[in-house]
Design a protein around this ligand. Sequence first.
Ligand code: C2E
Ligand code: MG
Ligand code: MG
Ligand code: MG
Length: 292
Amino acid sequence: QAKLAGKNRYHCFDTEHDRSARGRHASLERIRHALANNEFVLYYQPKVNMRTGVVVGAEALIRWQHPEQGLLPPNVFLPVIEDHPLGVELGEWVIDTALRQIAAWHASGLNLAVSVNIGARQLQQSDFVERLRALLHAHPHVKPSRLGLEVLESSAFEDLSCISTVIAACRALGVHVDLDDFGTGYSSLTYLKRLPVNALKIDQSFVRDMLDDPEDLAIVESVLGLAAAFRRQAIAEGVETCEHGLRLLQLGCKLAQGYGIARPMPAAALPEWSASWQPDPSWMAQPPLSRE
Ligand code: C2E
Ligand code: MG
Ligand code: MG
Ligand code: MG
């Protein structure tokens, strides 16, 4: 009797488990097929200096050009693979594609730095640095300093000493490393001290609301203060309007990215965009702060 109940229970669990496992398996297979079939594409969002008008680089953002569903954003497919070896494979494709793009732009006279987003799992692969080195070697015409890695602030607290060692090794290769979505994770000052990053990317949620919400403004100001104290650069994400840019410049933040400057665009559109982009005249009129 007990055996039967046990068996039934097991069977019941097994059926449910099987169903979700099968769903996941199907999604993984679709993503694997998409990768083999070249359906992934990188879009590029410019990063600019709002005061000088210089386009300092671009962030590569992955999209899935799905044959039936159109252009899919990363939140639709990345969560499915983030804990799977396929996530690491796709991550390598991203770095390789970005390096290829840097080389292609360079050959056409456009010297842009490109940063790619690195998932926490990918960064914690024991051979991440070796693979990065191999990818850089495969693109000998690309200066490593043209490549940047964006690491989520929240990946740091999984294993601080491991992450800081990996970041230091990437920096030793010449690659830049920035902390993404800064302010949304839990960064004690000790963390920041131990993470040898180039820049803090102020999360877009704070930037977007800082004009109306004094607390968000306080967070933006604090991150800028931290960046200055630790001699790191600061870059604001989510600059949607001219007023955002102006306020940031008044606070001493000149590097920015956001829909108000440019939306992520296909690689082919970026040369023309960067040749014609001009900062808002009100931005250029802002006197520099001593912090700059
Ligand atoms: P993220 O790295 O923080 O990238 C910024 C996201 O905000 C992008 O969304 C971008 O399109 C969007 N964005 C930029 N400016 C504005 C703005 O002014 N307003 C608003 N509302 N949004 C803005 P996207 O492309 O959907 O990417 C979402 C997240 O997916 C990224 O956040 C990043 O964490 C992740 N991701 C994207 N590409 C990759 C990738 O190749 N690998 C990995 N591991 N993660 C990626
Ligand atoms: Mg990013
Ligand atoms: Mg971000
Ligand atoms: Mg984000």
